[in-house]
Design a protein around this ligand. Structure first.
Ligand SMILES: NC(=O)c1ccc[n+]([C@@H]2O[C@H](COP(=O)([O-])OP(=O)(O)OC[C@H]3O[C@@H](n4cnc5c(N)ncnc54)[C@H](O)[C@@H]3O)[C@@H](O)[C@H]2O)c1
Length: 345
């Protein structure tokens, strides 16, 4: 599909790690963006505000940027935004993220990830959105131990409430897509890292403690594996999906046809690096780039965590002719370069 700057793209969670990087990319491609975020204090709000400033600094087309500080759980305000900007494409990245926090504060996940998500779907229906893209997660694979993870594997065994909300989003999106023929794409992100990252995730937690020479908790004795995926690769994948909407009868191959027998314009893709890295190796790369040895506090596996993630991205590759490819060595180098500059280390 063609999109020009008269067709605004609405991005929720625009002050977040992925949303802010995506906003810069789309603005620099001449597109008009409406960013929505409630700037909540789940983690350092200043980082979110600075990401917004960074969007202004790094966008050649800053006049194409509008920001609205609202919650997607505010149904009326959300509707007003759809009504006044008339977006053609909607990308929902707003969510209460984090697996561990969902054990402590389940209600936030219900409010934003389920109720808020349902309001987004309702608005997509009412305003006849041409292409709806939303964030899912590798966590939907739960305790699945058949690697690499493939989109047609069962996802009915989530290990946390966070994962359960992401599985639910996929089902809700499928229902709306079936009922109202909204072209819908779900992207299962695999452990995203890089500049402007999330302070609640291991790369940022570890980097901070290593710089400050404080001990780090290494769960499952460091034997966990994650398919770490560099932020620019994630953003490139989302960008390409904006221009390719699932259509009725738009089948990739006979396998997808079998799965999609109801002919629903909804597709789900893994987006990950397809090279799982052991946690201890990741920590070692941080140590090398920071130039300080980590003090490691080995611990048992945490409730809700999975041992390994590993994306098969063949389906995505066929769809948009792209798969993430930034090496972990390069990605960690760029991440630590940014970290030093941002936090003045
Ligand atoms: N970063 C990853 O590794 C990863 C992996 C899998 C899935 N995801 C998913 O990708 C999406 C983006 O993740 P991220 O890493 O950028 O997270 P993030 O927390 O940095 O960004 C989410 C943004 O949404 C905003 N938000 C939360 N609740 C809101 C609400 N009710 N209304 C409006 N805004 C709200 C937050 O303020 C935040 O800025 C999320 O849906 C997340 O679940 C991320």
């Amino acid at each position: 599909m063609n999109i020009d700057n008269k067709d605004p793209i609405l991005i929720t969670g625009a002050a977040g790690f992925i949303g802010a990087a995506l906003s810069i990319k789309l603005l620099n491609h001449g597109l008009r963006i409406i960013g929505v975020d409630n700037l909540n204090s789940y983690y350092d709000k200043n980082l979110k505000l600075n990401r917004l400033k960074n969007i202004e600094r790094n966008s050649s087309n800053f006049r194409n940027w509008n920001f609205e500080n609202i919650s997607i759980t505010n149904r009326n305000k959300l509707k007003e935004i759809f009504y006044s900007y008339k977006p053609r494409v909607v990308i929902n990245l707003a969510a209460q993220a984090g697996v561990r926090y969902s054990l402590k504060n389940p209600q936030e996940y219900i409010n934003t990830n389920l109720v808020g998500f349902s309001y987004i779907l309702e608005s997509c229906k009412e305003f006849e959105i041409q292409n709806f893209i939303y964030a899912s997660s590798s966590s939907v694979y739960g305790g699945n131990n058949k690697f690499p993870f493939q989109e047609d594997q069962k996802v009915d065994n989530p290990l946390s409430l966070y994962a359960a909300t992401k599985v639910s989003n996929e089902l809700m999106a499928n229902a709306y897509s079936h009922l109202y023929k909204i072209p819908t794409t779900g992207l299962r992100f695999f452990t995203v890292y890089g500049p402007w990252g999330r302070p609640d995730m291991a790369p940022m937690i570890f980097a901070k403690s290593i710089f400050e020479r404080r001990p780090i908790d290494v769960f499952n004795f460091g034997k966990m594996q994650r398919d770490f995926t560099y932020i620019d690769d994630i953003v490139e994948g989302i960008y390409r999906c904006c221009f390719k909407k699932p259509q009725l009868s738009n089948y990739l191959d006979s396998d997808s046809k079998k799965d999609n027998f109801l002919n629903v314009p909804h597709q789900i893709f893994n987006i990950g690096n397809s090279k799982p890295v052991e946690l201890l190796h990741f920590i070692n790369l941080l140590e090398v780039n920071i130039g300080i040895k980590a003090i490691k506090n080995f611990k048992e596996m945490q409730l809700g965590d999975v041992k390994k993630t590993f994306a098969n991205t063949e389906k995505l590759n066929k769809w948009i002719d792209y798969s993430p490819s930034t090496s972990i060595d390069k990605g960690v180098e760029l991440f630590i370069k940014w970290y030093r500059e941002y936090y003045n280390y």
